[in-house]
Design a protein around this ligand. Structure first.
Ligand code: C5P
Length: 229
């Protein structure tokens, strides 16, 4: 079975307050995206890495991707949302993918993915007909806010997980899930799969696999990279 990593990297990173999209910000001397590609490059079970960038991207070609040449494909087919970027990427690789092949969709902005977490995801789901995601149990107490931003209720955190990536699904199921309308409710691949009536599996990951969203996340990611588990 083929295992393809699909990395949506077509975002503009508006929450970072930076002119450079976050996937290209420097992290420990290398652009964030390079760390992310490296995690899949060195894992022996990953056959191919497909990076989806924006047609207007001016940064990708500024870097040397030689180290990943044996596995890397770049597609300039990013869309208006993350889900659209993933769908466009899936459509582009469809001709060479069997329905049962695995696609691991991973945020370009999660550069600290550990090999052990990736291996656990691959091993846990190996015989699964659909797939699943890395996730971590919610640590904080959850409040639902009302109109005036007061607490309406405390949501029991038992059984609540935070979704991460990779989100690993069979190509056929994932393509079908993302072929419909991609409204704002489709915030990850799993939510689209759930709409088809499937129940993606949750595989315990690690809080180290953070997504770079705000400037402070870069400093934290730098620390994580300097202190491997
Ligand atoms: O903005 P957010 O943190 O949700 O982005 C998650 C990932 O999706 C990032 O790697 C970003 O580059 C990517 N993305 C994309 N196309 C978009 C928006 C986001 O590929 N239109």
């Amino acid at each position: 079975e083929q295992r393809i990593a699909l990395l949506p990297a077509a975002g503009s990173g508006s929450r970072m307050a930076s002119a450079i999209p976050k996937q290209y910000l420097p992290l420990a001397g290398q652009p964030v995206l390079r760390h992310t590609v490296q995690a899949f490059m060195i894992h022996p079970a990953i056959d191919r890495i497909v990076v989806v960038i924006s047609p207007e991207d001016e940064w990708f070609d500024e870097y040397d991707w030689q180290f990943a040449q044996s596995k890397l494909t770049v597609l300039r087919c990013g869309g208006a949302s993350r889900a659209e970027s993933v769908r466009n990427g899936l459509q582009a690789i469809a001709p060479v993918m069997a329905d049962s092949s695995w696609v691991l969709v991973h945020d370009a902005a999660r550069p600290c993915l550990a090999q052990a977490d990736l291996s656990r995801l691959l091993q846990t789901l190996a015989d699964d007909p659909v797939g699943g995601i890395l996730a971590v149990p919610v640590a904080d107490t959850l409040k639902r806010a009302g109109e005036g931003q007061q607490v309406v209720e405390t949501v029991p955190r038992d059984g609540m997980w935070q979704a991460q990536t990779p989100q690993m699904f069979r190509h056929g199921v994932l393509s079908k899930a993302l072929s419909g309308e991609l409204d704002a409710g489709v915030t990850d691949e799993a939510s689209a799969i759930e709409r088809l009536g499937y129940a993606p599996r949750l595989v315990a990951g690690s809080a180290r696999n953070l997504k770079i969203t705000f400037p402070a996340d870069l400093a934290l990611a730098e620390w994580i990279i300097a202190h491997p588990a």
